[in-house]
Design a protein around this ligand. Sequence first.
Ligand SMILES: Nc1ncnc2c1ncn2[C@@H]1O[C@H](COP(=O)(O)OP(=O)(O)OP(=O)(O)O)[C@@H](O)[C@H]1O
Ligand SMILES: [Mg+2]
Length: 605
Amino acid sequence: MPLQSQTWRNLRQLLSELPRRRLRLLVFVLLASLLQGLVDVFLVALLARLVGLIAGARVEDYLPGIRVFGGGLLDQSGWLVGLLIAAFWLASTIRFGVSLMQSLLCADVWNDFVNKVYGNLVCQKYDFFVRQRTANLSERFNRILNGISTGVISPLLLIAGNLVSVVALLVGVVIVLGFKALAMFVLILCAYVLASKVITPYLRLASKQRIRYTRRINLLLMESLRSMREVQLYSAEKYFVTRFSRDGLIAKRYDRIDRLLPDVPRLVIEPAAITVLFLVGLVPALALGDAEAVRSAIPSLAAVLVGMLRISAPLQAMFRSVNRLRGGLPQIEDALGLLSLRPVRYLIDSPGVPTPEGVMPRRFIQLKNVSFMYDPDANQVIQDINLTVPIGSRIALVGRTGSGKSTLAHLLLGLFQPTSGELLLDGIAVTDQEVPAWQANCAFVPQSIRLIDGSIRDNVAFGCDPEDVDDDLVWSALEAAQFDDYVSGMAYGLYTLIGENGIKLSGGQRQRLSLARAFFRGAKVLVLDEATSALDNKTENDVMQALDIVGRRCTTVVIAHRLSTVKKCDLIYEIEAGRIVASGDFASLCDSSPSFREMALIEEG
Ligand SMILES: Nc1ncnc2c1ncn2[C@@H]1O[C@H](COP(=O)(O)OP(=O)(O)OP(=O)(O)O)[C@@H](O)[C@H]1O
Ligand SMILES: [Mg+2]
């Protein structure tokens, strides 16, 4: 298989990412494969002797010290059959051991890669994920790493192991049976290569079609299940089922052909080789009626036959592996892309990161001359903003949809880095090293809530070890979020499971759970982005009252469309198209800002 130098380089780079101890294990696997080949040779030699014995050919061998193959027919065949049985058991045991080691090594290598990539992925800055679209990233992550494992690492291991076995068997065959037998084997090998060449284009086509149609039916299934409401309302069931069954049949047929084709060389070559073997080795003697020649040819013919049967399995495995490797190689580049990610974010326990108390400001949090854009070639979303949040106060950000409020919240939390300008705590710029400490002081209820598929308790005490969680603290957080009554009414209380992303909860319940998560953290800075928008007026009022109590020890930034939510705030910033257009308390804004007054009037009706 011609490998381009770039592919080689990529492959070498991929393997260099592995820890050294994996390479040691690889050497061990190769040694075991060598042993497997040698046992096969032993087996072939023994069988030749046994057949020779039965055919009446003279057997001369002695094992050192013990007169093994002497004696009568019974004596000799007893020894030979015993050894043969032992050799078959040994060969199978070694074969199983080699396969087991190969599988374990493959699993370890997969684990090495996944841990490395996942470990580095979580140490990327938040904007990396915002730009990547996370759904895509997780799909890529799985596809590439599984592809590398089954399409590169496992075939490479199989090729290497089987190559060693085949070579050992060939060398052994030369020693035991001489060069004539080797010529026969080389012929078989060439036939294999030729047959593989003939089959490869068909195999490639089948595998391409299989991937194409499998992707199609997966997409069809996913889309239809996701939009089941629309499917039912538009009576589209038949449309989807027909397409699914049509494409599914094609996909499965190609899948089966794809699996079957690699076996074809073996199916053709085995009978062909046996035919040639007997035609060349036996037919001339048979034709001449020379019984002695037939008798003396039989042992070596039998040995070649067994040798061929022993060699065809590893050859077959190699052929399969080469094809899989061919399909897997293009993915190496993608995997290297993932593996080349380096951790760029400090973690709270990284060396040099200060304590949360060390960075907590005493006077104010500030965004100074801050501008921000999501993409280098997109418009500025935040334009030269100066915003101050005095410690202990409750401030609000209001403004029309799309004006940049959520983006500002992310900037305050250090989740995004300003394109220009800086985040200051007591007038001092926050460095990358201080960001995790600053974030440990903050709690955030985002506008689009993400819940984990676990219990209420898991969600409130997010990221904490379940063993260490104090249930009383969970209950008081739920109480502050006005969610305790509902949870205590559930059959399993705190241990009630909420489904994927909280699917079993209503919008308002999910919001209250998210609030409880923020309250549980006992943070000093609380940022609520439309955190009460899905609650009815009464519940929202209760939450805001609870916030008054929590708020006594908290600096709070509230983002809300409903102005009643922000009425009690000390300071309100009105944002429009990424700029602050007015600020002040509720009454003064009503006086000074016509747009704010308009919003207030509309709400009052
Ligand atoms: N991930 C993103 N990638 C690119 N642009 C974005 C992204 N998120 C937001 N924007 C853009 O940034 C601008 C401000 O968005 P932002 O979410 O901050 O608005 P908002 O004031 O919170 O609006 P809303 O009241 O609807 O929540 C919008 O024009 C939006 O299109
Ligand atoms: Mg928003």
